[in-house]
Design a protein around this ligand. Sequence first.
Ligand code: GDP
Length: 487
Amino acid sequence: ELPFMTQQLVSSRTIAAIATGSGGGVGIVRVSGPQALQIGQKVCAPWPSDLLSHHLYLGHAHSQRLGSQASASGTSDPQGTAPSSLPARIDQVLFAVMRAPHSYTGEDVLEIHGHGGAITLHLILEACLDAGADSAAPGEFTRRAFLAGKLDLTAAEAVAQLVSAQSVSAARQAQRQLHGELGRVVAELRRRLTVLLGDFEGMLDFPDLDADTEVLARAQPELAALSARISSLASTFHRGGKALSRGLELALLGKTNAGKSSLINALCGSERVLVDARPGTTRDFVEVRTQWGSETGSSQGAQDLTVTLIDTAGEREGATDLELAGMRLGRQRWQGVDLALLVVDGTVGMGPEESALLALRPPALPYLVVWNKSDHQGCLPPPAEAIACSALCGWGLPELRRQVLQRLAPQLEHDDELLIVSERQALTLQQCTEALKQAQSALALKAEVEVIAAELRTAALRLGELTGDEITPGVLDSIFARFCIGK
Ligand code: GDP
């Protein structure tokens, strides 16, 4: 059953988009909506009179536009024997119709499988648009699937996570949510919460001192259990979900010329960041995504881990405006990273600049001191807590990787547990937990029943927002805007 709010959003537009990424040998144009079959009849031929749903047909895709242009110029048909409206063949294709409601979106869907490559698929898409379809917005197919009740919001978000997954474990986690595991867990928690809320609302409607005392006594442990479960679910985002979905992020801090760019190059094994012997080369911040595999000696959960290295602009006296702007941007980027690496030029040692940099970082951000240039004969002995290494010859880098993973181990330990991998979901669960905590303390303080009920209502609302049972169009827009077109 559709939530009332979202029922209003079901569209009568028929949408079309290229559903596959670039570069493949085969690509798919997807059309969804009430006009899908009529559009198919105009674009694909021969169109079987007894067309069956969920069957593939071999034929051609045609363009009305190309055909009339070609005959108007007279080049393709010098004898003038072909009718001027003859459509031009775009490509040999396989096409299929998935009739409503048995399709991804729950609407009539047409898929046209053509040869891959930008031109052919764009011509097929253009032919569909000419035949009456509208261009799909990012995520619009999945949005329609959600509105049709084909998947809940946690599963819809999992589609985006699956498409952007960078590792096998991230894809596996997305599959679990796509198959509704999180949706089911949250729905069950919401059911229990609604029962509890019902008890309190009953007290408001029909106050009865004896019964109320009993209800309140029963409510207390149930409320505590719900609160603990939801709070633990929320915490999986920071205990592994975040690292799983976007990998780890390391910010490199340090004076200009300490060797930050060289270190990034050494850690990703290629000349990705421009290294220059003159100070002030790094004007902005540079992000390099690397894949840390099992050779780093990481634990099982950290295999095929994405690690993003962020080189912030070097700190330098007499920096130009441009450099200062870069430094500011770099500092903003520090917010939300998992760990900082303070890169120290071992031939110079730690000074006031390093202390100033550490003071600038977000207070909760942990850091490791990297004593670079250990290969240099002028390198000073490193302090006990520092990791000595050489970006130039690669010495000490495995130890650096090992210590990074050890420091971030709590974020990487997630055996086979259900994880929250979306920031929106984590935030919603946190808000739910807060409301439950409020309800718990109100209950403990013997507050008015109405106060407790109000908190429980908020908590239940938050869970509904997670699955999409309670949602506003604005929230939907922000979720689906992050999808790519064709999904
Ligand atoms: P950044 O400004 O912190 O990014 O520093 P760079 O990576 O551009 O390095 C500054 C200079 O130090 C360059 O000339 C590098 O070749 C040199 N350098 C960097 N790492 C090492 C190292 O481990 N050993 C030695 N001997 N020189 C290094």
